[in-house]
Design a protein around this ligand. Sequence first.
Ligand code: NAD
Length: 335
Amino acid sequence: KSATMRIARLWADLIEKERISVAIDYRKAAIIGCGFVGASIAFRFLQQGLFSRMVLIDANREKAEGEAMDLRDGLPYGASMEITAGSYDDITDCSLVVITAGVNQKPGETRLELIERNAGIMRSIIREITARPFEGILLVVSNPVDVLTYTAWKLSGYPRERVIGSGTVLDTGRLKQLLGEELKVDGRNVHAFIAGEHGDSELPVWSGANVSGLDLDAFCRLRGIELHASNRERIYREIRDSANEIIKRKGATYYGIAMAVGRIAECIVKDEHAILPISVVLDGEYGLDRVALSIPSIVGKNGLEKVLEIPLEETERRALNESARQLKEAFAGLK
Ligand code: NAD
């Protein structure tokens, strides 16, 4: 372990002091962990045609090979792309590495209960990555995603801009969709987000919610719809409990998260400067630090560009603080 740390430090010194620059291929991505989630993300990337080269890495090499072979069969009907099963040596010139390795929740299990098992896996992955010269972005998807994003940032020593988590991009999509159905308007016109933990302590930020610039109350009046506190609570619960409900029925969730990760990757590759509630390591914003959680942030080719400090109501601020407290406690409890 200490030898690996020494190599990581050597690489960092060489890159920084000797100005060695590792060529980044902006059209190359790697996915570490090729289970339900990793394979679905790879399928999404293939459909998007965002990358020219995609490397699949899994502790089970045959699984990665099988997925790469299956995906390659789709190439004649998709984008032009090189898809291979590979090893960590293939990540050095990647612009994006998506980490989805880890075990999944069992029915009824919370995301935070996965922590010890998946943090161990994350440690071994970060050790491999930092033992090589890599200057791209790490996008953590494995759960509990906020604690693992913080773990990856802390262990890698990379700037926080380069270590982000998929956070509540998925939950926020659910919120837009459900609110759109309730208000009988296209969910893509709804601007609202879920903040905090991607998990049980997450919070909907109703205070800033609007439909194409009209605040929710004004829009409801125009539409002749009443959105009572009980309706809001039902929508929030449905979002928060959605993964558990899906897992109860089919054992895992993967299509929704694959779409969400596809959107994050698109913002990075196209340098969109788009606003997404990714999981970010906070550095004093909202009076919080030493924690990663979701907050609307500008995302571009360098990963995190800017954490936005948007106005919150007192109850929302308290809920965000409580979410941060629970995440810090979970991280502190790691062996
Ligand atoms: P899965 O069991 O189908 O796949 C996990 C894969 O990781 C397996 O192929 C396994 O071989 C591989 N793996 C394990 N240890 C590894 C290591 N050290 N290096 C490389 N590969 C390794 O699980 P899944 O359903 O694909 O879920 C993966 C993770 O994604 C879980 O933690 C799950 O909770 C999480 N997830 C997150 C979100 C989100 O919104 N962030 C949504 C769904 C699932």
